[in-house]
Design a protein around this ligand. Structure first.
Ligand SMILES: Nc1ncnc2c1ncn2[C@@H]1O[C@H](COP(=O)(O)OP(=O)(O)O)[C@@H](O)[C@H]1O
Ligand SMILES: [Mg+2]
Length: 210
């Protein structure tokens, strides 16, 4: 039971969500007196070197970016054998939850899509491909600000631009910014090396609710 525990200087308050790579908790940073989100490597993986490496890579990829639409990583730590990533707490809901609530207006859809594209553009400029863009990995604040989360499957390295230089579309900035393709998912494209150099996100789940 994590609630009430203190990991390093983070007092775990409540569970925010979970996914394939870990559980995420709201916590209090007792040193700085602020709320943070703490992602914890699930029990059973704490002695799996590959999962620990992947967890560290996730934090490194996201922390290489300083962008208003990417959740900021504060630190990575290990306490009592538990590996965790402390990051900016995003007060809001996932895009998945938002889509399920009320139909979105076209202007809202475009605003959300352009913020996601801007975050991905910044990531690509750093040689980082997110590779898991989906509504559950995107938070929306009450003021409509997007925060991209979960770089757990991200690939890093200069190879992205080596591939792009040979592709005409990638040399055009207006094409490079729009790395989403309506109706196609990242997973469906990730089979070939060339297409996995691009992040894609499926707008159909949003547009269906218009
Ligand atoms: N920084 C955060 N602030 C608020 N909620 C978060 C934050 N990070 C993750 N969450 C919540 O936890 C869920 C799982 O987080 P995620 O990083 O996607 O984990 P996984 O890698 O296991 O999929 C998200 O869908 C979201 O609801
Ligand atoms: Mg996730």
């Amino acid at each position: 039971m994590m609630i009430g525990r203190t990991l390093a200087h983070f007092r775990i308050l409540e569970k925010l969500g979970s996914g394939g790579m870990g559980d995420v908790y709201l916590a209090e940073d007792t040193r700085l007196g602020r709320r943070v989100a703490v992602k914890v490597l699930p029990a059973g993986f704490e002695s799996d070197p590959e999962r620990i490496r992947r967890f560290a890579r996730e934090a490194q990829a996201a922390s290489a970016l300083n962008h208003p639409n990417v959740a900021t990583i504060y630190e990575i730590c290990e306490a009592d054998g538990i590996h965790c990533i402390a990051m900016e707490y995003v007060n809001g809901q996932t895009l998945g939850a938002k889509i399920g609530e009320v139909p979105l207006r076209v202007a809202e859809v475009l605003d959300i899509a352009s913020q996601i594209a801007d975050a991905l553009d910044a990531a690509h400029a750093h040689g980082i491909t997110h590779r898991d863009i989906k509504p559950g990995n995107i938070m929306v604040t009450p003021r409509g600000q997007i925060k991209v989360l979960d770089f757990g499957l991200a690939k890093t390295g200069p190879w992205i631009w080596r591939l792009c230089r040979s592709r005409r579309s990638c040399r055009r900035p207006w094409r490079r910014r729009s790395t989403f393709e309506r109706g196609r998912t990242d997973r469906s494209l990730s089979r070939s090396r060339t297409t996995s150099a691009l992040d894609t996100f499926c707008c159909s789940s949003i547009t269906v609710s218009i």
